[in-house]
Design a protein around this ligand. Structure first.
Ligand SMILES: [Fe+2]
Ligand SMILES: [Fe+2]
Length: 181
């Protein structure tokens, strides 16, 4: 990252990373790291991708940072579950950081790759409901956050690499189908 980009990135995340509620995510373990560290990695990659794909850097970075903004593990409460935690994170982001509708929507759709996977293999987390219409990213920024989270998760979860590579392939395929025109 160039110095100018680093300064821009830091200014975009400054208020969030120093917020007392967001700092609570340091206590939660996520993919073998803290949720705070995971979120920062996703924000950093989202920011870089926003420059490459000419997306809104503010939306992509801040929504990337807040994409997993829920407290506790995904198994503790129904609203923190595998496919519902994006909705909880979007609500928390609105409550504590007054994020815009496009930012909230991008947070809400960051697990779309898993929704697709569940449609193909319904035996995965059978109690969870997966709606393509509800959880398909609605903006370029939403797609970038979805891809960033997936890529960062692959690096963090080496033991799940095969599953994640399959997920990336699915996501890319879906992108190609959606944007072929
Ligand atoms: Fe997540
Ligand atoms: Fe995540």
């Amino acid at each position: 990252m160039t110095k100018t980009n680093k300064n821009e990135f830091d200014s975009l995340i400054e208020d969030i990373i120093n917020n007392e509620h967001f700092l609570e995510t340091k206590k939660d373990l996520h993919h073998g790291t803290s949720k705070y560290e995971h979120s920062l990695r996703v924000a950093r990659l989202s920011y870089k991708l926003s420059k490459i794909f000419k997306a809104d850097s503010r939306v992509t970075t801040r929504a990337g940072l807040l994409h997993d903004f829920f407290l506790g593990t995904r198994k503790e409460k129904p609203e923190n579950s595998y496919l519902r935690h994006p909705v909880t994170a979007a609500e928390n982001a609105k409550k504590y950081f007054n994020v815009s509708d496009i930012e909230a929507e991008a947070i809400k759709t960051h697990m779309f790759h898993q929704v697709l996977l569940k449609k193909l293999f319904p035996f995965i987390n059978p109690k969870e409901k997966a709606s393509i219409k509800e959880f398909k990213p609605k903006s370029k920024e939403g797609w970038l956050i979805c891809a960033s989270d997936l890529l960062v998760s692959i690096i963090e979860c080496e033991r799940f690499q095969f599953t994640y590579v399959a997920n990336v392939a699915l996501l890319l395929l879906f992108n190609i189908i959606l944007f072929k025109n």
